[in-house]
Design a protein around this ligand. Sequence first.
Ligand SMILES: *Cc1c(COP(=O)(O)O)cnc(C)c1O
Length: 364
Amino acid sequence: MIRLADLKTQHNLLKAEISTALEQTITGGRFIGGEPVTLFEEAFANYVGTSNCVGCGNGTDALELAITALDLPLGSEILVQANSFIASAEAIVNCGHVPVFLDIQHCDYSIDLAMVSELINDKTKAIIVVHLYGCPANMDAVQQLVQQFDLRLIEDCAQAHGATWRGKSIGSFGDLSCFSFFPGKNLGALGDAGAICTSDESLAKMCKMLSNHGRLDKFGHRIVGRNSRMDTLHAAVLSVKLKHIKKWSEQRCIIAKQFDMHLDSITDKSGRIKPTELATCVYHQYIIRSEYRDSVQAMFTELGIETGVHYPKAINEYYPFAKYKGDTPKAKAVSNEILSIPVHQHLRNKDVDLIKEGLTKAFC
Ligand SMILES: *Cc1c(COP(=O)(O)O)cnc(C)c1O
C-alpha cells in the first residue's frame, strides 16, 4: 500500500541520527526543558525567520497559547476559514472567544476575503489564517485587511513548515504563528509537539509563561498559566529532522509538479491547487476534486494507493460550531468532492507512476 505519510521509511532513513539524539538526551538526564529544547527553538525560529520560538505540547495548544497571549476582551470575534482542521476554531472557543467563519476561494482552497467587511464589527479583534495543505494564503490581502481593520494576526502553519509568500517564510507575517509537529505533519515528532513563533518579545515572553505555569523561573509564578511544554526527547528528534526539511519540501514539490503536468495533459477540471507565482507550497497534501469522489477513492484503494479527505465537512457543519456566524457555501461544497493523494518525499518513482495511472483513471 502506498501510504499518505510514510513514517516507517522516514524513521529508517534517520535511524542512526535519531537513536544517537535520543540516547544522548536520555543519558543527559533532562526530560523537560534543557539544552535540546533551547537549541531546537533557536534553530526553528531561525528557519521561520522570527526572533523567537516557544516550544509547547502540540499545535492546538500553540493556537490556544497564541490567542491567550493576545489578551483580547472575553467574547471577542475571531475570523477563521471554515475549511480547516477543527483545531483552528476549537482553540478560539476554548479561549472564551467567538469564531466567525469565512468561505474559501475555489482555485486554491485558501481564505476568501471578498465579503469579509460585512462580518467585521467592534467585537472583531483578530484573524487566524490557515496555510492549508501547505500552500500560503494570499498574505498581501490578509495584511491589507489586518491594517484596515486593526486586527491581530495569527497564522496557523500546522501544515506549511517552510512555505513562502513573496520569498518570505510563512509564520513570519503574523503577530504570532502556530506550528504542529504531529507525527504526520511535514516536520513531525515521535508524538505530540508544537511551537509558537513570533518576533514580538513581549508576546514570546507571555507564551513562554503561559505554557509553563505562569513562570520564567522556578517559583516565580507571575500569571495563571498551564502546562504545555515541548518534551526534551521530542526537541532532540525534531532538531535531527529539521536538518532534512528543506530537501524534503523540495522533493514534495518535484512530485507535485509531476502530478500537475500529468493532470494538465488530461483534464482542466482536476481541482488541483494552482498557486500564484508569489506562493511556494510545501504540499502537506496534494488535492484533487471530483463529483465522483467516493468511487475515485475506491479506485485508488484498489490500485493500492491510500487517499484521504481533508476535511469531510467544513468546521461549521459540525454541531458544536454550527451556531456561529458565517455563510460558507464553497467550503461546504468542496468538502464533498476533495481527495488527498500521496505526495510525500519518500515516494519512489514507481509509486509516482502508479499514482499518475490512478489520476488518468479518475479523470478519463
Ligand atoms: C494538525 C493541525 C492542527 C493541530 O495540531 P496538533 O498538533 O494535532 O494539535 C491545527 N491546525 C491545522 C491546520 C492542522 O492541520
